[in-house]
Ligand binder design. Structure first.
Ligand code: NAP
Length: 166
């Protein structure tokens, strides 16, 4: 089983601003799509609300943690009202991989279980009101790193994959 975190952060660890991503970076969106395609993604309600038209992303199963009732969401979404039940549902499926895509509540909820960190480091300072929580980086090894040079419309991006040491 892999329980992976997938996120992008700017200098200073900013991940969100006023309910949205503070940036528009197509290369990172493509990277996110490749990682999560045909996988189960786990997200908090505010991250769900940041999706266009609040519709599921294509070809991905969505597990959303919220206090709201399931009928507020499209049928294709699996809704959890209880954080412990969500953790237990993940642990009950050891053959499956899960991709936790935020936000802060979800990264904190799975911090002790996460096996893989897929982080995009954005080499730019953005204003933000949501910051990535601290992770135990010293328990992980860097497996892969890919630098995408800056362009006129994008700062330099670094895609990193870290894996928990056994
Ligand atoms: N840069 C990135 O990679 C990245 C990734 C993800 C998100 N973001 C950004 O981060 C922001 C959203 O993240 P966020 O940290 O503010 O929120 P979030 O973690 O996505 O969602 C928080 C919400 O989840 C629900 N929730 C949390 N714990 C719960 C529990 N124990 N039981 C039931 N429901 C629970 C609550 O929703 P309700 O009470 O409303 O139901 C809570 O308000 C946006 O700006 C988004 O664009 C960025």
């Amino acid at each position: 089983m892999a329980i992976a975190f997938v996120w992008a952060e700017s200098i200073g660890g900013v991940i969100g601003q006023q309910g949205r991503l503070p940036w528009h970076l197509p290369a990172d969106l493509k990277h996110f799509k490749t990682l999560t395609w045909r996988q189960t993604i786990i997200l908090g309600h505010r991250t769900w609300q940041s999706f266009p038209n609040q519709q599921p992303l294509p070809q991905r199963e969505h597990w959303v943690l919220t206090h709201q009732p399931a009928h507020d969401f499209p049928n294709a979404v699996t809704v959890f009202n209880d954080a412990t039940a969500l953790r237990q549902a993940v642990l009950r499926q050891p053959e499956q991989d899960f991709y936790v895509i935020g936000g802060v509540a979800l990264f904190k909820l799975f911090a002790d279980l996460v096996t893989d960190l897929y982080c995009t480091k954005i080499d730019h300072v953005y204003l933000g009101d949501v910051v990535m929580p601290r992770l135990a980086w010293n328990q992980f090894d860097l497996l892969a790193q890919q630098v995408v040079p800056a362009t006129k419309s994008s700062p330099q991006l670094t895609f990193e994959h870290w894996q928990r040491r056994n």
